[in-house]
Design a protein around this ligand. Structure first.
Ligand SMILES: [Zn+2]
Ligand SMILES: [Zn+2]
Length: 265
């Protein structure tokens, strides 16, 4: 499995990158490459186009309906609806139930069909806690996590490798289950200790992300969703104080390759 960081800025696009967006790729046994987009927040549709032709996407999964995780789906919808190719199938999108009405509201229309086209560009699927489904070679387990709105984390298996994505969450048992023994734990660390102590049930700090990595015995951790006003070295040091495995910060353009050799190591 290959993971491209499209954007990883927390809560809003930052001066050096877009909000959340990750592209997952994996080749099936016939050699066909499958491409799943995971979140497409503020500003992320631009850099996505520098990594792939979005027309090559097979599906999209959306952790929750905060703008830093879904807003640029409006751009992807325009792209899909009005593309010169007329053989694009509906694009499957797995997201919380209100997504279609949110997109229509942002786009200022009634109904889900863009003007001038015959059908909805997206094929909407509703996420629920403990749902499990497949997209080509990807097996995806969904768990509801702890955030002020309906929000999900994902445990994604492809071949012999496991990626866990926290989405946005504070500490919760579902997160530890999702990340159990994961090859790569892409974990948000939107808060830092002290400054953000007045909030609970919203984001992890670097310390709490590290504690989740320890509890789940994740093999490798990438911290993400750090906002522009936070020195990323702070949450990194917090996580390092409790987790002694491979640990780094996500960065726009980073690519992670997970393979069986990692698993055996
Ligand atoms: Zn967020
Ligand atoms: Zn959020």
């Amino acid at each position: 499995m290959r993971i491209h960081v499209i954007g990883c800025s927390g809560s809003f696009a930052g001066p050096r990158g877009a909000a959340s967006g990750y592209l997952l790729e994996h080749e099936d046994e016939s050699g066909r490459t499958w491409r799943v987009l995971m979140d497409l927040g503020s500003g992320a549709f631009g850099p996505l186009q520098s990594v792939i032709d979005p027309a090559d996407l097979d599906a999209v999964i959306v952790s929750h309906l905060h703008p830093d995780h879904y807003l640029d789906l409006t751009g992807l919808e325009v792209f899909w609806a009005y593309h010169q190719r007329d053989d694009l199938p509906q694009l499957p999108i797995h997201a919380p139930r209100p997504l279609p009405e949110r997109l229509s509201a942002v786009l200022g229309r009634s109904g889900n069909i863009p003007a001038g086209v015959d059908c909805e560009p997206f094929d909407h699927h509703v996420l629920e806690d403990r749902r499990r489904f497949s997209i080509g070679p990807f097996d995806i387990l969904v768990r509801e996590v702890l955030h002020p709105v309906e929000a999900y984390g994902f445990r994604i298996t492809a071949g012999d490798t496991v990626l866990t994505y926290s989405g946005d969450t504070d500490t919760c048992a579902a997160l530890d289950e999702l990340a159990a023994d994961a090859d790569l734990f892409l974990c948000e660390a939107g808060y830092i200790e002290g400054r953000d102590d007045r909030f609970s049930g919203v984001h992890l700090t670097g310390l709490r992300a590290g504690q989740a990595a320890v509890a789940s015995r994740a093999r490798r951790v990438v911290l993400t969703h750090i906002a522009a006003w936070t020195d990323p070295e702070v949450p990194l040091a917090e996580a390092r104080s409790v987790y002694d495995g491979p640990l780094e910060l996500a960065a726009p353009g980073a690519v992670y390759e997970l393979d069986r050799a990692d698993r055996a190591a």
